[in-house]
Design a protein around this ligand. Structure first.
Ligand code: PGA
Length: 247
């Protein structure tokens, strides 16, 4: 049985007053029946972790460096995230692949570092619109999955997030058939490669909101969502959490 996961990615949004949203989310879900995760910007990690103490809400980073420490100005190590109270880290988000030229090889090395530090790596993959239109979706995703996930991934230290690049922040969502096809493929690849591949969670991400969450959560092998825009306000994120609890 895979435990479902509702994950929020705040991206580069939020200062101290946004902590009220963390509190409101916990108040709406005092005892969630799914795993609940918020990934605020690094500047809020410690404060969000303190706010979430004693609650099931987990806190995660949005990236980490592959080295344990050293001369990497502006970067954050996995151990630093852990020290700030994080238990998860998002890796290989398409915005990092695009903005920071992160390749799957880099994501792989970050995942090794994150898992070694004891963090759960939420490893993102996704095709661009051009790749989908060229009919390359499944090969692109297979390559990203193979290249980004290190050897020895387990159901306890790895979550995969399928996020079609063209659906992120655009209001466009992949269709039920598109998501179903991809998730079935990813599941087969995970089962093929990892002993616990059948137990690893696969999230969908890309314009998930209250209005489409229930339909998406009804698709086979969708074990939750990675939510961007609709995770910023507890009033938007909470119905998505409830939809996952009811799925
Ligand atoms: P979105 O972002 O929900 O705003 O489309 C999803 C993501 O990038 O994780």
């Amino acid at each position: 049985m895979r435990r479902k996961l509702a994950a929020g990615n705040w991206k580069m949004n939020g200062t101290a007053e946004a902590l009220a949203e963390v509190a409101a989310l916990m108040q709406s879900h005092p005892e969630p029946s799914v795993d609940l995760l918020l990934c605020p910007p690094a500047t809020l990690l410690a404060r969000a972790s303190e706010a979430a103490e004693g609650h099931a809400l987990a806190i995660g980073g949005q990236d980490c460096h592959c080295a344990a420490s050293g001369a990497h100005t502006g970067d954050i190590s996995a151990a630093m995230l852990l020290d700030a109270g994080a238990s998860y880290v998002i890796l290989g988000h398409s915005e990092r692949r695009q903005d920071h030229f992160e390749t799957s090889a880099i994501v792989h090395d970050k995942a090794v570092a994150a898992q070694a530090a004891g963090l759960i790596a939420v490893i993102c993959i996704g095709e661009t619109l051009a790749q989908r239109e060229a009919g390359d979706t499944l090969t692109v995703l297979a390559d990203q999955l193979a290249g980004s996930l290190p050897e020895g991934c387990t159901a306890d230290n790895t979550v995969v997030a399928y996020e079609p690049v063209w659906a992120i922040g655009t209001g466009l969502t992949a269709t039920v058939d598109q998501i179903g096809e991809v998730h079935a493929n990813l599941r087969a690849a995970l089962v093929d490669r990892f002993a616990q591949g059948g137990d690893m969670r696969i999230l969908y991400g890309g314009s998930v909101k209250a209005g489409n969450a229930a339909e998406i959560f009804g698709i086979d092998d969708v074990d939750g969502a990675l939510v961007g825009g609709a995770s910023l306000k507890a009033s938007d994120f909470s119905p998505i959490v409830t939809a996952l609890e009811n799925a």
